[in-house]
Design a protein around this ligand. Structure first.
Ligand SMILES: Cc1cc2nc3c(=O)[nH]c(=O)nc-3n(C[C@H](O)[C@H](O)[C@H](O)COP(=O)(O)OP(=O)(O)OC[C@H]3O[C@@H](n4cnc5c(N)ncnc54)[C@H](O)[C@@H]3O)c2cc1C
Length: 429
């Protein structure tokens, strides 16, 4: 679906999932869009990332509108049908519960895979198939807006104007200051993760770990204040683990550093020896120490004149235990694209942004909290209670999150929400 041109000119800052999704959705809704991104070339970065079915439904509509992009992503994504998720006690390693893999509709799949590999598919779709202009190597530090439009100032000094700027510039967003009028620094969440992704070579050579490489698998060890998630993926060819642990280091620094395997081993002392066995197969240069930053919900995602919107992590970073950060960036993208079409260009833009915010805000804040609740549920497990009801430690799959169709929802509620905002404004004037 690409509707007739709406005449709305959109600048997107950032070519992560939030920025690329914004560009695709704006294109689908008929807006004219250009992307500016700081990285000079695409690199396959990161490791495991999760897209629940609420995001899969969005991917499914891209390309031919019938799953062509999903068909490229599926072979790179974990397939645990027939295996499920083994949730284990941290010290004994016994499997307390096997949570079966969920079945989702074809047009709303869950896709969990390597962030860089999935990102490359979306990036190439935007660049080569949709031919949306992407300017790489352009770092944006300044934003401006007036009654007629908004824009960015590139690091070379060039000014670019449009009707609206969507700032999908990530957790360390510069746009946030332009929107809020003050610097809002991220806080430590009190936790960090060590994470790794590597080929299965050494795992296959060890009889104790080889079986994990015969197919895709997913196991999690749950302990006091820590949890260790381990998967094999792409038919067991790649290995990936994530260890969440307490950490209160200065998070003003980069969010991602090289990790130290000795520290990882130390953190797992007293745990099931299989964990140390898996860690022993990990190449030292493949460990990342990733600080989990947190922000209290921002008072607003919309600039004072309603022409700059924070989207994705720049508006609302998520903890990995929600498994929803990237999915919520996609839902944002769908919603703003619909709102811009419904409100129209010119004077309609501020109404579109404020309506988008009102449609999205409560849902996003509620889902952000699931990151804390799942983490705390695991880290403070009452093992006696769990033995009586093992379902208590299953990974939550809330229907209200997964069955949400962001596009349909925005189409349905736009008029009502926009009118309630109009009424609020009239009352305040
Ligand atoms: C390199 C990298 C690796 C990641 N790895 C993982 C992972 O393994 N697992 C996981 O769950 N999540 C990972 N994430 C985070 C995850 O991708 C996001 O949480 C989620 O997809 C929401 O995306 P976003 O587009 O809002 O933000 P991001 O994915 O952070 O994208 C923001 C983009 O904006 C660009 N940018 C930032 N500042 C500027 C500026 N001033 N001017 C122009 N461009 C700018 C950045 O280069 C980046 O491409 C990673 C993010 C990055 C950037």
């Amino acid at each position: 679906m690409a509707t007739d041109g709406t005449g709305v000119k959109v600048i997107v800052v950032g070519a992560g999932f939030g920025g690329l999704a914004s560009a695709i959705e704006c294109h689908r809704q008929g807006h004219s869009v250009t992307i500016y991104e700081a990285f000079p070339e695409l690199k396959i970065l990161g490791d495991i990332i999760s897209f629940g079915p609420n995001a899969g439904r969005i991917f499914y509509r891209w390309g031919d509108g019938n799953g062509s992009i999903v068909n490229r992503m599926r072979p790179l994504s974990i397939d645990t049908r027939g295996y499920g998720f083994n949730i284990r006690k941290f010290d004994t390693g016994e499997i307390i519960v096997n949570q079966p893999a969920a079945e989702y509709p074809t047009d709303a799949p869950a896709l969990n895979g390597h962030r860089g590999e999935l990102h490359e598919i979306v990036f190439n779709h935007v660049k080569d198939e949709l031919k949306i202009p992407i300017h790489l190597g352009k770092r944006i530090d300044e934003y401006f807006e007036d009654e007629e439009g908004s824009g960015i100032i590139l690091d070379c000094g060039t000014k670019v104007r449009a009707d609206v700027v969507i700032a999908a510039d990530g957790v360390k967003s510069r746009a946030r200051q332009a929107v809020l009028g003050y610097e809002d620094k991220p806080k430590s969440s009190g936790y960090a993760v060590w994470r790794s992704w590597f080929p299965n070579t050494d795992m296959v050579a060890d009889p104790e770990t080889a079986a994990f490489c015969a197919r895709d698998t997913f196991n999690g060890w749950i302990g006091p204040n820590k949890h260790f998630l381990f998967s094999t993926i792409k038919g067991g060819q790649d290995v990936c683990w994530v260890l969440t642990h307490p950490d209160t280091h200065d998070i003003d620094e980069s969010w991602s550093f090289p990790g130290n395997l000795d520290e990882v081993r130390e953190a797992l002392e007293g745990w099931d020896p299989l964990c140390a066995r898996i860690i022993s197969k990990t190449p030292q240069d493949r460990v990342v120490d990733w600080k989990l930053v947190y922000r209290d919900p921002l008072p607003t995602w919309v600039s004072p004149r309603g022409r700059i919107l924070l989207l994705g992590d720049s508006a609302h970073p998520f903890l990995p235990t929600s498994a929803q950060g990237a999915a919520q960036a996609l839902e944002d993208a769908v919603t703003i694209a619909v709102c811009l079409r419904k409100a129209g260009g010119g004077g309609g833009v501020p109404r579109a942004l404020r309506t988008h915010e009102r449609i999205r805000y409560d849902r996003v804040c509620k889902i952000q909290k699931t990151g804390e609740s799942t983490r705390d549920m695991w880290h403070k497990t009452d093992w006696d209670a769990v033995r009586k009801d093992p379902k208590l430690i299953e990974f939550p799959r809330p229907e209200w999150i997964f069955s949400h169709d962001a596009e349909k929802h925005a189409e349905q509620v736009f008029d009502e929400v926009a009118q309630s905002l109009d009424a609020d404004k009239a009352r305040d004037e």
